[in-house]
Design a protein. Structure first.
Length: 379
């Protein structure tokens, strides 16, 4: 049986040694245990020589989902704790520092932690061994759109807004069976026709109560794992088209349409931009992201006490806020920090490669895969 903390610590020690070697640009004098190479070995002969013509590497970032960050870095402030954030004083406790408050004047925004602050708050035996990796800080544990948005926030937003629209349209007489009929019928047909009109690949998983996580009224709906990241990303754009078209059909339609617009506009600005955003695009994308959070918060507050729960604010929404603050601080486009290459879209990559000629597969597959991930004229 593997003891995870010890295993991850040991792996971090090896990564620290590798990064130290890469950043010197020279073959190492010792192995990762600190032992000198045997005197007649090839390693000893090369020790101290340049291995990349004088070039050196630099540490960029740690990428992974929140669960991986919590496990690898033994985070004592996470979704598993009352204190949910390693960057600020946000908490699950119902007080002025509650993480569900997305106001620009939220008190937790005035109490932020540097990397050194965080280390001081963490007992030595609970500190990540990544402190041995030169260049790593907690702020280099980057958020990415796949885990925060396309497999996180958007899954509850899309299902919640669609269900809220249908329920507002039909009122209290709507049953779960009736909601299922609406999802499988008019809502699904609208989605498929939108995909054809925008010339984007549609998902084959028909909308149902189960796939929307809507098996009971007292549990907030959430898209299930059959809807992969690329599908969810396109659903963000479809959601706004759907709610905008039918906003006059049901009470609260304008608020739902505005919420979906803010989310889709933020995604659109990221999609159409390169690795770094100019100031206007940066300000606009961050503004729309924050507007989305405030509008969603207002919907969640209005839904409190309602036996038909449609909205829930979970710690992932707080992660989205910090992603926006990171964009505002660095002008970095978070689309370029994604982890798509090792997650949901591998099936898409296989499909692309299967239709390529062997002689040109590498270049063609890369170009088509990039086109799949990037902006389409759908907004």
């Amino acid at each position: 049986m593997i003891w995870k903390p010890h295993t991850h610590d040991r792996i971090a020690d090896v990564i620290g040694w590798v990064q130290t070697v890469l950043q010197t640009g020279r073959f190492p004098e010792c192995d990762f245990n600190g032992s000198k190479w045997p005197s007649n070995s090839k390693e000893a002969e090369k020790a101290g020589d340049w291995f990349a013509g004088g070039y050196r590497f630099a540490f960029s970032a740690f990428k992974g989902d929140w669960e991986a960050r919590v496990t690898v870095h033994k985070l004592q402030r996470s979704y598993n704790h009352n204190n949910v954030c390693e960057h600020c004083a946000a908490t699950k406790v119902q007080n002025e520092f509650n993480y569900r408050n997305f106001s620009p004047r939220a008190p937790y925004l005035d109490v932020t932690f540097t990397h050194n602050d965080y280390l001081l708050m963490t007992p030595d035996h609970l500190q990540s061994h990544w402190i041995n990796v030169p260049g790593w800080t907690k702020d280099r544990n980057l958020e990415d759109l796949l885990h925060v948005l396309h497999q996180g926030v958007a899954c509850s937003v899309i299902a919640g807004l669609v269900c809220a629209h249908v329920e507002a349209k039909f009122g209290e007489v709507l049953t779960l069976k009736g909601l299922d009929d609406q999802l499988q019928g008019p809502v699904w047909k609208h989605y498929k026709s939108w995909c054809r009109a925008k010339k984007v690949p549609g998902c084959g998983h028909r909308f149902t109560l189960t796939r929307f996580g809507r098996d009971a009224w007292n549990v907030a709906p959430e898209l299930q794992s059959c809807y992969k990241a690329y599908t969810v990303k396109m659903l963000i754009y479809w959601l706004h088209a759907f709610l905008e078209e039918f906003k006059d059909e049901a009470p609260g339609g304008y608020t739902r349409a505005h919420t979906s617009y803010a989310l889709a506009k933020m995604q659109h600005l990221f999609d159409k931009s390169g690795p770094f955003l100019d100031n206007n695009v940066k300000d606009d994308s961050v503004r729309h992201g924050k507007i989305f959070l405030l509008l969603y918060q207002s919907l969640a507050v209005a839904n409190l006490g309602n036996p038909r729960v449609n909205f829930k604010v979970v710690p992932k929404y707080h992660s989205l806020l910090h992603l926006l603050l990171y964009v505002a601080r660095t002008s970095r486009n978070p689309r370029y920090e994604h982890c798509y290459q090792d997650e949901d879209l591998m099936q898409q990559l296989g499909r692309i490669c299967s239709s390529c000629h062997p002689n040109t597969m590498g270049k063609v597959a890369s170009n088509r895969y990039r086109a799949l991930l990037e902006f389409g004229d759908v907004f």
